[in-house]
Design a binder for this molecule. Structure first.
Ligand code: NDP
Length: 237
């Protein structure tokens, strides 16, 4: 078991994909898991029933509601910010609203949720965000806005690690490459192209991200902070 049974874990964006795998992993380890969702109420309820976790509808784009929801949880041992948006396209025609939404959900929400959680987080707590290998490398056109959000996370992770380190709180990012989810299905039209960049040409399984999240939440990872942990099959190598 990687996590303590008494650990309280809040996963932002847990109803599907990587977030759902993280909910499953931490719940299986015995943690008390609360997760948020925005649109997938049926999936969220089914996952809550399956895992014994608690689902709550909070749109991460609503920063005031998100901040209140984090505060309402009381002290959280582990905060995992997984909720994210992806909008790709020619920047000359990409809908500015979609870019704004990405910045809200991928940048503002992680920052304000992390700061709010840190107010009451016990010593040696954990803050983990799900970034992207595209924070380091964007080897195709049309990804500038997405990449800027994931690069922004990197600065946040480094800075907050400094802010909270004296309390033993670690702040890290997991940076996946292509992961088989609704956002990026392994049988999608872009798969062969994406695999062509990879040393190991397959999508990452969501459970492989969740397993690493559990490690980062464990006492063994106490000295890993301010870091980007890339799990991308060599996409950025
Ligand atoms: P999915 O689109 O499959 O799932 C996204 C999850 O986030 C859902 O549970 C969704 O909930 C939740 N979510 C999205 N927007 C909001 C919001 N505004 N408020 C609350 N919850 C929200 O994505 P993935 O699982 O693939 O991606 C998860 C994270 O991993 C993202 O940050 C993404 O950028 C990152 N990532 C993914 C990669 C991939 O290849 N899949 C690669 C690199 C990084 P609901 O359905 O209820 O709205």
């Amino acid at each position: 078991m990687t996590t303590k049974a008494s650990q309280k874990v809040l996963v932002l964006g847990g109803s599907r994909g990587i977030g759902a795998a993280i909910v499953r992993r931490f719940a299986a380890d015995g943690a008390q898991v609360v997760f948020t969702y925005a649109g997938s109420a049926d999936a969220a309820q089914a996952l809550a029933t399956e895992t014994g976790s608690t689902a709550t509808r909070i749109d991460s784009a609503d920063i005031a509601a998100l901040t209140k929801a984090v505060a309402d949880q009381g002290p959280i041992d582990v905060l995992i910010v997984n909720a994210g948006k992806l909008a790709l396209g020619d920047p000359l025609t990409l809908d500015p609203k979609a870019v704004d939404e990405m910045i809200d959900v991928n940048v503002k929400a992680p920052y304000f949720a992390a700061v709010e959680a840190a107010r009451t987080m016990p010593d040696n707590g954990r803050i983990l965000v799900i970034g992207s290998t595209n924070g380091d490398r964007i080897p195709f056109a049309g990804g500038a806005a997405y990449a800027l959000t994931k690069s922004a996370m990197q600065g946040m992770v480094r800075g907050l690690a400094r802010d909270f380190g004296a309390r033993g709180i670690t702040v890290n990012s997991i940076q996946p490459g292509p992961v088989d989810t609704d956002m990026n299905p392994a049988d999608g039209p872009m798969s062969d192209y994406m695999h062509s960049f990879m040393a190991i040409p397959r999508h990452v399984h969501a459970s492989e991200i969740a397993d690493y999240a559990a490690f980062l939440a464990s006492p063994s990872a106490a000295m890993i902070t301010g870091s980007m942990q890339t799990i991308d099959g060599g996409f950025g190598a």
